[in-house]
Design a protein. Structure first.
Lengths: 385, 385
DNA sequence: CACTCTTGGAGAAACGTATCTCCACAGACC
DNA sequence: GGTCTGTGGAGATACGTTTCTCCAAGAGTG
């Protein structure tokens, strides 16, 4: 009897065929020790290729699958990253409500998988019900509100957090955001150049960074160019409220001749409202909205959209987080993890490092400079989508 | 020195303040044993309320969080459910590409969270890179192809699998699907009643159940009513291909006077194609497409859509899976898990149990019975969205 | 020959929890 | 007084890995 067989000999005699093969069974079958099996399968240790391949072959034959739980317990790494969205109302799950989140989540998932991690979608609320039961290596938080208790809790637990959206007052490890101010100013300039005299804004009532920064940029611009602000705010998480707000905006006595809508559905909302009031786009009303959906390429007329490039954001956020988890400083390539466990590296003083990413304005017919001819049913070649 | 302190006394002397509090620390601080702490926090064992609350208070004070990895290792339950989509091309992640998946995933996530589970989004390919590293209690598979190797592998690993979409030849624990045949027949009848003489189909080239069953239902209907089939198939995962296929369909010499599009973007595709050929909807062309998006409520004209009710599907799939994991038979309430570990309950003979769920046709202007008056800019009250 | 390296690999200690087993003790009962 | 019963809780083990430590044996070296 080999030492390995001895080491695994304590299994109870009954119903062994029901058990899944463990590393001990592989060791026994291959006539080597547990250490050797582990090293062989993980490419570690000093083993001749012959032993390595033999162990691998035995493991394959037994259908051995290492226990993720045991590995996580031992190594302290689960390969799991939490993804949570905190704003946009009290709904349990507004997630993927808008194309932005869907795209961002998709890119984040891909990026994580590419580096050997998987994403777990979690709610921002409901404290220990689920959060406490999952071993997370880190968390991506979308749009954390000021003083987000969830982020604080995670920080206390030692879980690295990277946020999409500049954090108000949260101890995040790092953050990524669009340059919302530059984006709004760019759109307002674009509309002005297209002939707009009075630009309105369709905005939200929530206090997340996106809404706040965008609105502030608009108000600042109004102050600078001397235009009276014309805007309507509504709860962005309520899809029906957007149509009503769009209607209100166009029903005002000081009706704007151009509108920027901050949220994805605002394009169709505003277009429908314009039709109701007999306004032609872009002749009577210039339109831009923030959206990732390509339905606006096929509307009548096509609508100019601002893309926040969610794919780029999602990828960046995840890569930053995994860098923090693994302790690699992307700049230097130094492996910090060997010196300090990751959970203590968020404790730096000073603001967390952030990255501003540019947006992209996709100009379509709805914001073309005014011309005398009508835009109803313009002839377009069949190839254009 | 208490026995509890003795039991935890083997911690190395250095840098203890850096360690997170474990159950041993709580036991030592409360002057009780590990057993007592575990029982107190989990509501088990026979303990007086006084001890229970004291232990809880100490745990709270130390900021104790149980290790999910250790718990998973010990109990064999991770509270994690995999979610994967396998069809629609070779793309690494077509997930949330269409509103159906996004909605379904959202509902599934909510349902899982409601029962204390979290969802992990995983790719259908890339064998052991990620799948092997995660302890899953079960998996939801969307639209598995025939003989899906992934499902077979999961079955062999003992992981319960519930699929969205009737499985071709896979050992799933259970499945849920829409009644696609009934849905298509319903639409074709609806279009006929609206005055259609020749109904066309925009379908896909992939071999998943949805595409196959829908197309077969269409062909069967054509055979029964004696209409020559008029359809175009394209790779559904390619967004640009849909517009081209729609164009092809309307360019045919035997151009249909009504079209049903199987995929979400087909509505805008077909509408744009109709405009290019000067066809009025619904006067010259009746239109229905399968979509979960509400943009079709605001198009010009609004388009009739078939909803697959993804929320209901997602909820049902997850609940079935969790029932299987926890060994509760929804019908009887018997706890099977105590008799057989869940991984052996998929081995029954006969086909796996399946559930067919109804769809819903949301009728809008694009499939209204033909009338002499034009439908361009019909007057609508502002409240309607 | 005595010694150091190098190679190949075994042993055992964690990781942190849940839970099974069992014991001490106090009161009840005959 | 002795047995029984219920209460409260301690001890120890197992979950399945990874990894640190260390040993044996052969190869080279003076």
């Amino acid at each position: 009897m080999t030492a390995a067989a001895n080491q695994s000999g304590r299994r109870p005699t009954t119903s062994r065929r029901l058990e899944r093969a463990g590393i001990r069974d592989v060791a026994a079958a291959a006539g080597v020790s547990i250490t050797t099996v582990s090293d062989a399968l993980n490419g570690k240790g000093r083993l001749p290729d012959e032993t390595r391949s033999r162990v691998r072959e035995v493991a394959e034959r037994l259908g051995y699958r290492p226990s993720a739980a045991a590995r996580t317990l031992r190594t302290g790494r689960s390969g799991l990253i939490g993804l949570t969205v905190t704003t946009y109302g009290e709904e349990p799950f507004t997630f993927t409500e808008f194309a932005y989140f869907a795209e961002m989540a998709r890119a984040a998932t891909s990026a994580a998988l590419g580096r050997g991690y998987a994403l777990v979608v979690l709610p921002a609320s409901s404290r220990h019900d689920v959060w406490g039961n999952i071993a997370l290596d880190g968390t991506v938080v979308i749009d954390p509100p000021d003083q987000d208790p969830l982020v604080s809790e995670l920080y206390r637990s030692g879980v690295p957090v990277v946020s999409d959206g500049k954090p108000g007052n949260c101890p995040v490890t790092a953050w990524v955001d669009n340059d919302h101010e530059a984006a709004v100013l760019g759109i307002l300039d674009h509309l002005s150049e297209a002939g707009a005299r009075r630009i309105g804004l369709l905005t939200g009532t929530s206090t997340d960074t996106y809404t706040r920064l965008s609105t502030e940029a608009y108000l600042g611009w109004c102050g600078k160019v001397g235009q009276e602000p014309v805007y309507e705010a509504y709860p962005a998480h309520d899809p029906a409220a957007g149509a009503v707000a769009a209607d209100r905006l166009l029903a005002r006595p000081d009706r704007p001749d151009a509108v920027y809508g901050l949220f994805d559905p605002n394009g169709t909302d505003l277009l429908a409202a314009a039709r109701r009031y007999g306004l032609r786009v872009p002749d009577d009303l210039l339109l831009v909205c923030c959206s990732e959906s390509d339905v606006y390429a096929a509307t009548e007329p096509p609508i100019t959209t601002l893309s926040l490039k969610p794919r780029r954001i999602g990828t960046t956020v995840v890569n930053l987080l995994i860098d923090a988890i693994e302790g690699v400083d992307s700049g230097t390539g130094v492996d910090i993890a060997r010196l300090f466990p990751p959970r203590f590296r968020t404790a730096g003083n000073g603001p967390p490092p952030g990255t501003l990413m540019p947006t992209e304005l996709i100009v379509r017919a709805s914001s073309q400079p005014r011309s005398p001819r009508t835009t109803i049913n313009p002839p377009r070649p069949p190839g254009e989508v």
